[in-house]
Ligand binder design. Structure first.
Ligand SMILES: [Zn+2]
Length: 124
């Protein structure tokens, strides 16, 4: 009687299956054919989320405006993204958390928003 090479169970001759050169019992054969059962879809999902920080369209507009200007005021970002001050605050908090944007003091007072890793012009 053949023996399953995975679970070592003895297999009745007519239930033996062969997969990639291995003799398997019916259960192990089905298992081997559906690898989706053993992989964790949630783990894959979170891993891919972290890998490519997905930005909302509004966040992309904010970043684009900052990139265009180097440093943008809240008013400029609100106008560019079409959002109000409250929403901007929310978006900036998210972007800061992703280390994409930070607030910096503006030359004439108030504050501007810059890219997180952008160094202020120290010599200027
Ligand atoms: Zn088996």
């Amino acid at each position: 009687m053949p023996v399953c090479q995975r679970c070592q169970a003895q297999i009745p001759q007519d239930e033996a299956r062969e997969l990639r050169g291995q003799v398997l019992c019916e259960d192990c054969y089905m298992d081997a054919l559906s690898p989706a059962r053993t992989c964790d879809p949630w783990a894959t999902y979170t891993a891919s989320r972290l890998g490519s920080q997905e930005l909302s369209p509004v966040q992309e507009k904010i970043l684009a405006e900052i990139d265009r200007r180097g440093a943008a005021t809240a008013e400029e970002l609100m106008a560019a993204a079409g959002i109000d001050a409250r929403e901007l605050e929310r978006q900036i908090a998210a972007l800061r958390h992703m280390e994409l944007v930070r607030a910096a003091p503006a030359l004439g007072g108030g504050k501007v928003f810059r890219r997180f890793h952008d160094r202020p012009e120290a010599a200027a």
